[in-house]
Design a protein around this ligand. Sequence first.
Ligand code: SAH
Ligand code: SF4
Length: 404
Amino acid sequence: MSVSIDLTGAERPGNASPAAVQDRTSLLGLSRDALGARLRDIGVPDKQVRMRVGQLWHWLYVRGVTDFSVMANVSRDLRTALAERHEIARPEIVEEQISVDGTRKWLFRFPARGAGRPVEIETVYIPEEGRGTLCVSSQVGCTLTCTFCHTGTQRLVRNLTEGEIVGQILTARERLGDLPHADTPIGAIVPNEGRLVSNIVMMGMGEPLYNFDNVKEALAVASDGDGLALSRRRITLSTSGVVPMIPRTGEEMGVMLAISLHAVRDELRDVLVPINKKYPLEELLAACRAYPGLSNARRITFEYVMLKGVNDSLADARELVRLLKGIPAKINLIPFNPWPGTDYECSDWDQIERFADLVNDAGYASPIRTPRGRDIFAACGQLKSESERMKKADRLALAAAVAG
Ligand code: SAH
Ligand code: SF4
């Protein structure tokens, strides 16, 4: 049995009520320069700004606090001034589900922006031997309409801000007990060893390259060595193939790249991943070949969902090998995760193994991604939120079908 905890309305110490903080702006996700500008605005003298930014950075990202009043080495006056104008906005946790396999999924709610409505997104934590990966969302829903993906059927879409992206990481760490103990000395850095969240994948809801600037800011914060300190090699960004943004991803973000390939012929990819009509395979693979910093130790991951009778033939596998020739690549075979209303089926296990063997024999690592958290709908492509969430009864029925 998976466990589901409804946390709506749960007390979050240090967080003022949403009504009270409406006019305050969040400091999460801002670059050091932007944070410095906020400090200047509330009267911090120029010569102190750098030092104050360093202090705030420590509290926000090493300690993960949500309340200015605990920032012991920041003067009382400055704490008061900060609290008057700003907040450390974390998402509200609407629901937390824990799978039988230890995977956790959170439904997070963010307040309305402008004339919009409050939005909900999902974030997933996948514990594995020796590491733990957080699957982070970049948008509410997705404007793209990949036919096998549940997120693609969600209508409400907006970009998440850099603060909302970083907020997912901090809140997940807090819920997992992955933040340093309260008596950690000021100035300590996040240790590399023993972290529960050791890796980040931008593989939640949304197309991260359609929200480039905010994702870039958020990942710069996540990889800052004095803060969350997640190395860029432990951060992977997955795209459906927004070709014009791929070079900039390499140059400006420097993170690992994953491509949602899923088909090796344009006719089929046009259907499965419709952005292919705009940026066909040839252009996509050329952008991959040119991705900066590729080597055997820094390979591009190609994701390939296994759809029965659609893209899983051995001829497809051979064509895949031919297409990827010359690109340092790893192929992640993803058994299709079903969702209510889909017409696709997952390939038979034998076929997935035959496909994997062929690709592997050609010299490419081709792990089959074990579906994680299927019982709580946390697996790839099952994320969907807001009003369109499945009714509980449907969810239980589908969970029983998946488990059975
Ligand atoms: N929008 C980005 C990031 C999402 S990553 C992208 O598409 O790359 C999520 C991965 O899971 C993508 O490779 C996506 O194609 C894949 N996926 C989507 N629906 C799926 C499903 N039902 N079963 C298995 N994988 C799926
Ligand atoms: Fe969007 Fe990625 Fe789903 Fe396609 S696979 S609809 S790009 S989230």
